[in-house]
Design a protein around this ligand. Structure first.
Ligand code: SAH
Ligand code: SF4
Ligand code: F3S
Length: 446
């Protein structure tokens, strides 16, 4: 059997795509290997969202050459493949395959051709493609990524995703429910529904609220999460479904990007600071104990001190449970790159703002976490903690990371723990006798 080795970069959508790719290749007779050395096929599933994501991949392609034998096929898939297309073949003589996110169906044939010496680029978009008939090869032992939407119809001016993933399309509700049932049959009880603006999911007659209700009601499902929603798509119907379906977890990752109205406008985020506050208020009013995390960009063109201060004050006012912070990275072909050069924020200013924002985000998260000490949570034991020892890493419904003393046999178990310590970002938990239970509708897990 020929072997395939695959590395994944970027967001959870790419992780899910890698599972689809490996499923497809398994069906075509490839066996998966965790070691690049001597593999017949090496695939790198890439991200293009920021320059440093791409630099990492280019460096890695160089390293991987050292593991290749003469006939190894080296392929690049994902968002960088879509963005750079033939340019990747020109700049990397050992790359023989460049395959974008909508072209994975053809991978077995493309790899065959590459093994015969052809070099191909497959980057056509296919607005019908959801890979519904693929059997994902899942690597997360206790939860399952389920793509429900591909592409993006927003056009945030900094973002490359609409160019690398094409137009938004929603996968059929029946297919999502069928996959959820299959996941349960495989022994998993947590699903994460994926889409770039996942709560805009719509099949023509039903909205994301209906999808949450359908997935959340699948027998044997215990936790439903989704990422990433867009603030504008949190209709009352979606929020009501979140509040009423007991399996939907009390966590929303709600990217804000900036706290300044002028900036939000330049970013074409299509909401205001006030609109964002309103969305947060509606979520908090409907869902007791909901935790809210976000993404923020610093140094977008034209960002003034006052605009950055607006971001800091928004962060304080919302009180995020956590946030990912990014330095703006210009992406070729996006509208942000056509803004006047004098709007570029000097890198020392970006660095200083980034440091200040990160410190604020961390101190707020720490305060919110400290306030939870002594509370109880149901956690799902996910994996061995990176630090090793006797600790396992578990996750609460409200997306807190909790280290629990246990052994590997408890991976996949749901436990009740008391939050006994916190580093400020993660917790330690002590198992308590109380049986883990599902909250009843309208009543959160705390
Ligand atoms: N679809 C998701 C975000 C996908 S990209 C959403 O709209 O919420 C993940 C995050 O990367 C974004 O939320 C943004 O904060 C960041 N990001 C995207 N493009 C970027 C760029 N050009 N420079 C810096 N950060 C960027
Ligand atoms: Fe990018 Fe905006 Fe679409 Fe998110 S909503 S993927 S940030 S264009
Ligand atoms: Fe990156 Fe593509 Fe995801 S650009 S963030 S892998 S959609």
């Amino acid at each position: 059997m020929p072997t395939v080795y695959l590395e994944t970069y970027g967001c959870q959508m790419n992780v899910a795509d890698s599972e689809l790719i490996l499923g497809k290749l398994a069906a075509a007779g490839y066996s998966h290997t965790e070691n690049p050395e001597g593999a017949d096929v090496i695939l790198v599933n890439t991200c293009a969202v920021r320059e440093n994501a791409e630099q990492r991949v280019l460096g890695r392609l160089g390293d991987l050459k050292g593991h290749m034998h003469r006939d190894t096929v080296l392929g690049v898939t994902g968002c960088m493949a879509q963005r750079l297309g033939p340019r990747l073949l020109d700049s990397n003589s050992r790359v023989s395959l460049v395959v974008g996110p909508d072209a994975y169906r053809a991978l077995p044939e493309l790899i065959e051709a590459a093994r015969k010496g052809e070099r191909t680029v497959a980057t056509d978009f296919d607005l019908e493609e959801h890979y519904d008939d693929f059997q994902a090869r899942r690597f997360e032992g206790v939860k399952a990524w389920i793509p429900v939407q591909r592409g993006c119809d927003y056009r945030c001016t900094y973002c490359i995703v609409p160019y690398t993933r094409g137009a938004e399309r929603s996968r059929g509700l029946d297919d999502v429910v069928r996959e959820t049932r299959e996941v349960v049959a495989q022994g998993l009880a947590e699903v994460i529904l994926l889409g770039q603006t996942v709560n805009s999911w719509n099949d023509g007659t039903r909205d994301f609220g209906a999808l949450l209700r359908a997935v959340g009601a699948v027998e044997g499902i215990r936790r439903v999460r989704f990422t990433s929603p867009h603030p504008n798509d949190f209709t009352d119907s979606v929020i009501a479904a979140m509040a009423e379906v007991p399996t939907v977890c009390e966590h929303v990752h709600l990217p804000v990007q900036s706290g300044s109205n002028a900036m939000l406008k330049r970013m074409l985020r299509r909401y205001t600071r006030e609109g964002y506050f309103d969305c947060v208020a509606r979520l908090r009013a409907a869902i007791a104990g909901v935790s809210i995390t976000t993404d923020i960009i610093v140094g977008f063109p034209g960002e003034t001190d006052a605009e950055f201060d607006d971001t800091l004050s928004l962060v304080r006012e919302v009180g995020f449970d956590d946030a990912f912070t990014f330095k703006f990275s210009p992406r070729e072909g996006t509208p942000a790159t056509r803004m006047p050069a004098e709007l570029t924020v000097p890198s020392d200013v970006v660095d200083a703002r980034y440091t200040e924002l990160l410190a604020l985000v961390r101190s707020i998260a720490r305060g919110r976490n400290m306030a939870r000490l002594g509370e109880r949570r149901e956690v799902l034991v996910e994996k061995a903690a990176r630090r090793g020892g006797e600790l396992l890493q578990a996750r609460s419904r409200d997306f807190r990371t909790v280290m629990v003393p246990s052994d590997a046999a408890s991976i996949g178990d749901y436990l009740m723990v008391e939050l006994t310590g916190t580093t400020g970002s993660t917790f330690t938990g002590t198992p308590v006798a109380e049986r883990a239970h599902l909250p009843t509708a309208g009543q959160a897990a705390n």
